[in-house]
Design a binder for this molecule. Structure first.
Ligand code: ADP
Length: 474
């Protein structure tokens, strides 16, 4: 596959310095890619800006057909892309192929939604006037994406952008450029015209700064750390760009005493340990009502004992390595802090190295208290601290006591209670008896410092559209 920068339908960057892409399960260098910077970032904007003239005036049907073709090629290459993803990111192969399906779902969904960008007519105040409202694409979109979902974070941004009539410049994370470049290759094969999508690997700061400063970039869409998101938002103020941010989370998982405990455990396993706990909507803290604490903890422990950790390319592996050494250190730090504050390891608790890959055992901490790091900061690893609570009001208050507000989960078989609690939670996404809520047709996004804007669904395309009011004298 191509391991270069893709701008204006050209694969380039051989002459640049390169950086290594490493398999986290073996620490082998699996590829090197160009370390692009300011020049490439500017060229990409130039190409996207030129392409906008023609792409934005295609009919919705035409744009839809390009997206549909891209979707078809990704579907045909699902296993291949999944394997690339596992090798650069570490998640088990089945999970990686699952992500490709999820990622591709955004492309097919927005291929359809392109045709439904409806305007409005509004009754005028005078008989000799008419009021029309039109939606138009914002222009060139810059997308910066993280390593934890190497395919989905790209398509979730690029599919609605293209459907709306925007063109895009994209910078994947340094850790996972290969999945992105494979998507670029298939976009080329799908015949998506030159300059409509441009992919640059390279220096985050230089590329980010170039795009933030560029007047012709009209929208910045970012998924990653809260720290970088805030910097980008500040920078975007200079040219008053539209901004969408998907930042950190700290999801509470609330188990009420009338929950179906087996269902709650099953869903918690998915929510907590998917991608080894490295997703922004992964459960970070578990609150269990005191009367069912013991039973729930036993069931959860028994389920965790069945999780198999290892190289994601091997059969039956549930949990892959963590992305790098710093990730292991952060998890260890959270665990040490919890132990110092009275938490007890119910199962797991150790990191280990196998074939150079760095793993952390799936871990449960019992007796968690609100002053622990793991109850406040994103762990981004396979650790589930369990705290107990007495009342509905108390757990809502404790769950909301966070600067984050991305995803929360509540388990109860009492529909009234489940609705009350979900309405009380200051979170953009609430899973009621559901630990895996992400789908292409629903609005994904956070409140408070977890972000701005929504991705997915008909809400997601609005982020790439301007509203134009046309007042007509007749
Ligand atoms: P994570 O903790 O997920 O690695 P980051 O926010 O560091 O979070 O990374 C998410 C994306 O943001 C990556 O593509 C990364 O290269 C990019 N990035 C990191 N620093 C900057 C920056 N200063 N400007 C623009 N993008 C950046």
């Amino acid at each position: 596959m191509n391991q270069k920068i893709y701008i204006n339908n050209h694969w380039q960057g051989e002459e640049l310095e390169h950086f290594d892409v490493v398999n986290p399960a073996t620490k082998e260098v699996i590829a090197t890619v160009p370390n692009g910077g300011r020049n490439e970032a500017e060229q990409a904007v130039e190409a996207a800006h030129a392409a906008f003239e023609t792409w934005s005036v295609l009919t919705a049907q035409e744009r839809s057909q390009f997206l549909a073709k891209w979707h078809q090629l990704i579907e045909e290459n699902k296993e291949k892309i999944g394997k690339i993803m596992t090798m650069e990111q570490g998640k088990p192969l089945n999970e990686a192929i699952g992500e490709v399906g999820y990622a591709n779902g955004f492309i097919s969904w927005y291929a359809e939604e392109a045709k439904r960008i409806y305007g409005e007519t509004i009754p005028a105040s005078h008989t000799n006037k008419r009021i029309f409202v039109q939606k138009q694409p914002v222009g060139v979109v810059a997308a910066i994406t993280p390593w934890n979902f190497p395919a989905a974070m790209i398509t979730r941004k690029v599919a609605p952008a293209l459907a709306a009539g925007c063109t895009a410049v994209i910078k994947p994370a340094e850790e996972t450029p290969l999945t992105a470049l494979k998507l670029a290759e298939l976009a080329e094969e799908a015949g998506i015209p030159a300059g409509v999508v441009n992919f640059i690997t390279g220096n985050p700061q230089e590329i980010g700064d170039t795009w933030i400063e560029a007047e012709r970039v009209r929208k910045i869409t970012f998924t990653g750390s809260t720290e970088v998101g805030k910097q980008l938002m500040k920078g975007a103020a200079e040219t008053v760009k539209k901004v969408s941010l998907e930042l950190g989370g700290h999801a509470p998982f609330i188990v009420m005493e009338d929950a179906d405990l087996d269902k709650a455990v099953e869903q918690l396993i998915g929510s907590k340990f998917r991608n080894s706990g490295q997703t922004c909507i992964c459960t970070n803290r578990v609150y269990v009502q005191a009367s069912v604490l013991e039973t729930f903890s036993e069931k959860f422990k028994a389920a965790v004992a069945n999780i198999k950790t290892g190289n994601g390319l091997e059969e039956n592996v549930d949990l892959g390595p963590l992305i790098n050494k710093q990730a292991i250190e952060k998890v260890q730090n959270h665990l040490d802090d919890a132990a110092a504050k009275g938490g007890e390891v119910l199962i797991g608790g150790n990191s280990f190295v196998e074939n150079e890959g760095q793993y952390f055992e799936p871990t449960i901490i019992s007796g968690a208290t609100d002053n622990m790091l793991c109850m406040n900061e994103e762990t981004f690893g396979p650790v589930a601290p369990i705290a107990s609570f007495q009342t509905e009001e108390e757990v809502i208050q404790r769950a909301n006591n966070s600067p984050y507000g991305l995803a929360a989960y509540v388990f109860s078989e009492n529909i009234g209670k489940a609705v009350r609690v979900s309405e009380g939670l200051e979170y953009g996404i609430v899973g009621v008896n559901d630990g895996l809520p992400s789908v292409p047709q629903a609005p994904f996004g956070g409140m408070k410092e977890s972000g701005l804007g929504r991705e997915g669904g008909h809400h997601g395309i609005e982020e790439y559209l301007e509203v134009k009011y046309i007042s007509i004298g007749v």
